[in-house]
Design a protein around this ligand. Structure first.
Ligand code: FE2
Ligand code: FE2
Length: 173
């Protein structure tokens, strides 16, 4: 079995590249959440195992990813960017909060589903998974479109070293 919670250490030395690699891993998990929805009734054991595995990833790597952005990148960027760019970062924070709230709702729904899930459980699961996927895919697109260029321009090598150190500490590496 693949350990989906593992963090590839090599990209932690290049924090901006690491964010990009994380986005690709998050997209894979979002695809899984959507893909298993039709199988919740026909193959519920396997579908639920896949969902739980995605939840473990988000609870660990997803939380670290948001902390990397909000606690390591954003505070260093804020004093060095334009007012419009600060607004862009504030918008990303709002998206994080929205995604966390839908994710929590999805987790509660999965925890409370009948075993095996009923048709109504599947309908609600599909709605919540779609809402999370739509929001987070758009969020990733927003970040990919501007964040790497903004961070590369505004942060010094010393900043990036500091961010890399914090990212490793966050993962106890
Ligand atoms: Fe983000
Ligand atoms: Fe991100």
């Amino acid at each position: 079995m693949i350990n989906i919670t593992a963090t590839p250490v090599h990209t932690l030395d290049s924090p901006i590249d690491h964010l990009n690699a994380c986005h690709r891993r998050i997209e894979e998990r979002l695809n899984t959440l959507e893909r298993v929805a039709p199988r919740l009734l026909s193959d519920s054991t396997e579908a639920l195992a896949a969902i739980e595995s995605v939840f473990r990833f988000f609870d660990l790597s997803g939380v670290n990813h948001t902390a990397d952005e909000e606690e390591s990148f954003f505070p260093r960027l804020f004093p060095r960017i334009t007012a419009e760019e600060r607004q862009f970062l504030e918008g990303l924070k709002i998206e994080h909060t929205r995604a966390e709230s839908i994710y929590e709702e999805l987790k509660i729904h999965v925890a409370n589903m009948a075993n095996p899930p009923a048709a109504l459980d599947q309908i609600r699961y599909t709605e919540l998974a779609a809402a999370l996927c739509d929001l987070y895919r758009q969020h990733i697109q927003n970040e990919d479109a501007r964040f790497p260029a903004l961070a590369s321009r505004a942060l010094s090598a010393t900043d990036l070293d500091g961010i890399s150190r914090e990212m490793k500490q966050r993962r106890e590496l």
